[in-house]
Design a protein around this ligand. Structure first.
Ligand code: MTE
Length: 302
């Protein structure tokens, strides 16, 4: 289809599976054998700038406050999340509202692999090979009414399985929202896997949003409700601290977080070769998404 987006980071950049599972050990071994240049010379370090993070990095350094506020808490605690059966309630301004099983929502749609830069508001970043479905395909399947201007999302609450919910570290359910044109953009993915694995629980199993030109907190996990609405819906961090987190949350090196610069980022992983990088406008997706914000003052709508 003409509208589909194509990866600039291709499968050729992805480390083969035996390597992504233990690249660190291999690099250590290679260094020991005096072969480090094969993996880590200056040229490799450059190419490494867009090389996907390892499966281990992607699944052990997470934000999922339902399971605790520490980066390692989700990997430790999210095993308790119950994901079978899973259904998503679709309501609001849609032609076919209802409670859909994942199969009902996704069967027959195209699952794609998308290797996206992922930039967190805390100024770290990764490159992640997601698998998933364009949100636009799912919304088209349920039929969006013309009055719908925003899409609202909600994460599951399983109090008995979620220590962060029991401690009420932030208000739950975690909620997020997109403007309808952002939601229909071909870059916007409902992700169901990482590398060749089903979505790990700590990353938002069985299905989570990925919006690569926005800070990571817009990418809501473990979604159980999608609502088409007329007015701008609440978004968790915007509700918790509106001065620091706007509704749009576009990656923008020229608009600082009130407490820190957003001009550079630190790549997670990479060991010795890790370095701070300049953050790109819209996280590198400027040519694809800048037109969505043409007439907006992005320092006001941050
Ligand atoms: N979704 C829910 N339900 N709860 C959360 O705490 N954290 C957000 C986002 N989605 C969060 C969430 C934040 S702050 C980030 S940076 C990303 O998830 C992290 O995604 P990752 O752990 O897959 O890297």
């Amino acid at each position: 289809m003409a509208h589909r987006w194509t990866n600039d980071l291709t499968r050729a950049n992805v480390t083969p599976k035996p390597l992504y599972l233990n690249r660190r050990q291999i690099m250590r071994g290679a260094a020991g054998l005096g072969l480090a240049s094969a993996f880590g010379g200056p040229v490799a370090a450059q190419a490494g700038a867009l090389e996907p993070n390892t499966f281990e990095e992607i699944t052990t350094y997470n934000n999922f406050y339902e399971f605790g506020t520490g980066k390692e808490d989700p990997a430790r605690n999210a095993g308790a999340l119950e994901i079978e059966p899973w259904s998503i309630k679709v309501d609001g301004l849609v032609d076919s509202p209802g409670e859909y099983s994942l199969a009902e929502l996704l069967d027959g749609l195209t699952e794609e692999e998308r290797i996206y830069r992922f930039r967190c508001v805390e100024a770290w970043s990764m490159v992640i090979p997601w698998r998933g479905y364009e949100l636009a395909d799912i919304l088209t399947r349920v039929g969006v009414k013309p009055e719908a201007r925003y899409v609202a999302f909600e994460t599951v609450v399983q109090e008995e399985n979620m220590p962060g919910v029991r401690r009420r570290v932030i208000p739950f359910p975690y909620v997020e929202g997109l403007r309808i044109d952002e939601a229909m953009h071909p870059l916007t993915l409902m992700a169901t896997g990482i590398y060749d694995e089903p979505m790990p629980k700590q990353n938002g199993a069985p299905i989570r949003l990925v919006v690569p030109w926005k800070y990571g907190f817009k990418s809501i996990k473990s979604i159980v409700r999608i609502s088409l609405v007329e007015d701008e819906p609440p978004a968790s961090w915007n509700v918790i601290n509106p001065r620091e987190y706007g509704f749009y949350s576009n990656v923008n090196p020229t608009v600082d977080h009130p407490r820190w610069s957003q001009a550079t980022e630190r790549r997670i992983g990479g060991g010795l070769f890790a370095s701070r990088q300049e953050t790109l406008m819209f996280n590198g997706y400027e040519s694809e998404v800048a037109s969505l914000y043409e007439d907006m003052d992005l320092s006001e709508y941050f």
